[in-house]
Design a protein around this ligand. Structure first.
Ligand code: SF4
Length: 292
C-alpha cells in the first residue's frame, strides 16, 4: 500500500506519465505545451531570461554546498559557489549582472548563516516517481519529477523547493502548490517513507513557507493532476491522429504571453501582450518592469 492507501497490485492498460512542469505548462497554455514538448524541430524561442539564469545558479550553488562535508558548508563557501557557477545570460550588461551576482552571493551566505545546514539531505535534485490513483483502485498516472532537496526529519521526508523570484511565497502557496504535493507523493513512494511536509525556501527574503499535507489534500492535488493529464493525453492522441494543432492545443493568451519563451513563434501571444525585457522579472524592484 502507498502513503495514501492505494492498492498498486492491479496494473491498468495505460498509465500517463506527468511531471509538475508539464502539467502547469499545459494548464497555462496548451499551445505552449505543444511547442515545448511535441513540435519538432522545436519552434523558435526567445533568448535567456536573467531571472532564470539567476535561479539556476543559486540552485546549483546550494546543491553543491550540500554535497560538501558539513564542516565546509560555510557562508563563504556558499558565496564562492555562486561566483564559480555564475553566468551572464539575459542580463542587460556586465554591470547589472555583477550587481545580481553580489546579491545572489549574499542570499546564499545568509541562508547558510541562518538555517541549519548540518543535516545530509536524502535527495539533491533527485528524480522521484510514483504510480498514483486519485480515485482509489488501480493507478491511472505516474507522477514524477526532480525535487530540489528532500530532507529526512524525525522519521519523515520533507520536500524543499528553492525560490528566487520577486515575491516571498506564503503558507497558502506552499499548501496550494501542485508541484510540491506531487513531489511529496513521489518522494514517499520512491524513498519508502512518509512525506507530508513541503517547504518553499525564498532566498531573497530569507523566509520559509511551509505546509503539512493530509491524505485528503494530497488526494485533491492528485485528482487535479489526473484531470489535466487526461486532457493532455486526449489532446496528444488527437494530434497524432491528424487533428488540427491550433484546435487541439489552443493558444491561451494573457499577461503571461509577455514573458513566454515562444513569443517569437506565436502571433496570438505577441498581439495579446507587450514583451518585457529579459531582466524585468528579477527579484529586485530596482530595475522596474521595463518593456521593449
Ligand atoms: S505567447 Fe501566449 S498564447 Fe503564445 S504560446 Fe506563449 S503563452 Fe501561449
Amino acid at each position: 500500500m502507498g502513503q495514501l492507501g492505494f492498492d498498486f497490485g492491479e496494473q491498468p492498460k495505460r498509465l500517463t506519465r506527468v511531471t509538475p512542469a508539464r502539467l502547469s505548462t499545459f494548464d497555462d497554455c496548451p499551445r505552449r505545451y505543444r511547442m515545448n514538448y511535441l513540435d519538432r524541430p522545436t519552434p523558435q524561442r526567445s533568448g535567456p531570461w536573467a531571472h532564470s539564469t539567476l535561479g539556476a545558479v543559486v540552485h546549483t550553488a546550494l546543491r553543491e554546498l550540500f554535497d560538501l562535508p558539513v564542516q565546509r558548508r560555510t557562508p563563504e563557501r556558499a558565496a564562492a559557489l555562486v561566483t564559480q557557477h555564475w553566468k551572464d545570460g539575459g542580463f542587460a550588461d556586465a554591470e547589472q549582472a555583477a550587481v545580481y551576482r553580489e546579491r545572489a552571493r549574499r542570499w546564499v551566505a545568509d541562508y547558510v548563516e541562518h538555517n541549519d545546514v548540518s543535516g545530509d539531505p536524502v535527495g539533491l535534485e533527485r528524480w522521484v516517481s510514483a504510480p498514483a490513483a486519485p480515485e482509489g483502485g488501480p493507478p491511472s498516472l505516474i507522477v514524477e519529477g526532480r525535487a530540489d532537496r528532500i530532507d529526512a526529519r524525525g522519521g519523515e521526508l520533507v520536500v524543499v523547493d528553492y525560490k528566487t523570484g520577486k515575491r516571498a511565497p506564503d503558507e497558502y502557496e506552499a499548501r496550494a502548490s501542485q508541484a510540491l504535493a506531487l513531489y511529496a507523493v513521489a518522494a514517499a513512494r520512491t524513498l519508502r517513507k512518509p512525506c507530508r511536509r513541503v517547504e518553499l525556501h525564498h532566498l531573497p527574503s530569507g523566509t520559509i513557507a511551509a505546509a503539512e499535507h493530509t491524505d485528503d489534500s494530497l488526494r485533491r492535488q492528485l485528482r487535479r493532476a489526473h484531470e489535466t493529464a487526461t486532457d493532455l493525453r486526449t489532446a496528444t492522441d488527437t494530434l497524432s491522429e491528424g487533428g488540427d494543432p491550433d484546435e487541439v492545443f489552443p493558444a491561451r493568451t494573457g499577461r503571461h504571453c509577455a514573458w513566454c519563451d515562444f513569443r517569437p513563434s506565436c502571433a496570438d501571444g505577441r498581439r495579446a501582450a507587450q514583451a518585457v525585457l529579459p531582466w524585468a522579472l528579477l527579484a529586485s524592484r530596482d530595475d522596474g518592469a521595463m518593456t521593449e
